[in-house]
Write a protein that binds this ligand. Structure first.
Ligand code: PAF
Length: 284
């Protein structure tokens, strides 16, 4: 495994691999890697000859009062995990390397970025789409793998790659969960033991929606009230949003009469966690 922190070096190494006819899979991350990232990396290993992983806590996707400085970082442990999975190239650039000079160009995906997380994080997706475009231009992968836990991000990046004719196949990988169902996230590290227990309210809520839809409930108002009832029982939990949306357009629906993505964000104290599932009427 080779570690390159400069754009010139990573480009040079990958040009050589491509010249030898090798395909490239790419897993962009913000580090503090957990089993969810490991699953993305394993998927990457299966899909191409060379696996590239970037580790970059991207400042432009954090709002002014968000957790950029506190975001957990542990490069040594991350490199060990990348090595364990058999990554070939790791790219952990500095912010100065990624944002040289005074950038005046951003990438914006309209519409899809306005609802769900975009409502409370209005600048977030522009930061994501801009940095992922830059990373795609640096790595030039054949495939890139993103987790379904960040479902809106996945939908936005798919749209972006389509709109910009970026020659990359975007793969969505299923959410990896702790044994009690909590979706793995680097931000779980912020939770106190008590908040960690309460955090299962996200998956409990989503599973309750799933069960009610399987029993025939289609009214989003009824499902919404049920989830709020569960959240009311957790003293540190505050709902940011609960949305029922079309899986591709992310347009809100009033009735679960077709496959629907149910997505939510919940604050546990200061920590904001997200999760989502697909529900399909009539499916067990
Ligand atoms: O999902 C993440 O970790 C980040 O949003 C990403 C895609 C690496 C861009 O910084």
């Amino acid at each position: 495994m080779e570690v390159f922190s400069t754009i010139v070096d990573v480009r040079h190494a990958l040009r050589e691999e491509r010249r030898r006819g090798r395909s490239v899979a790419f897993v962009p991350t913000m580090g503090y890697l957990h089993e969810g990232h490991v699953a993305l990396m394993r998927e990457g290993r299966k899909r191409a000859n060379i696996l590239v992983v970037s580790i970059f806590v991207n400042p432009t996707q954090f709002g002014p009062s968000e957790d950029l400085d506190a975001y957990p970082r542990d490069l040594e442990s991350d490199l060990a995990k990348c090595r364990g999975v058999g990554a070939h190239v790791v790219f952990p650039p500095t912010p100065a390397e990624m944002y040289q000079g005074t950038p005046r160009t951003t990438v914006t995906v309209e519409g899809l970025t306005q609802g769900l997380c975009g409502r409370s994080r209005p600048t977030h997706f522009q930061g994501v789409t801009t940095v992922v475009t830059k990373l795609f231009n640096i790595v030039q992968p054949d495939v890139a793998i993103f987790g379904e836990k960040d479902y809106q991000q996945l939908a936005v990046l798919r749209q972006m790659a389509r709109d910009l004719n970026t020659p990359v196949e975007i793969i969505g990988a299923p959410t990896v969960r702790e044994p009690d169902g909590l979706a793995m996230s680097s931000r779980n590290a912020y939770l106190s033991p008590d908040q960690r227990q309460q955090a299962t309210v996200l998956i409990r809520s989503l599973r309750q929606v799933h069960a009610l839809v399987a029993q025939g409930e289609q009214d989003v108002g009824v499902l919404d009230r049920e989830v709020r009832g569960l959240l009311d029982q957790e003293p540190d939990a505050r709902l940011d949003y609960l949305s029922f949306v079309h899986p591709d357009t992310l347009e809100p629906v009033d009735t679960v009469s077709a496959p629907t993505r149910v997505a939510m964000a919940v604050f546990l104290g200061p920590t904001r966690l997200i999760d989502n599932i697909l529900v399909t009427p009539g499916a067990p």
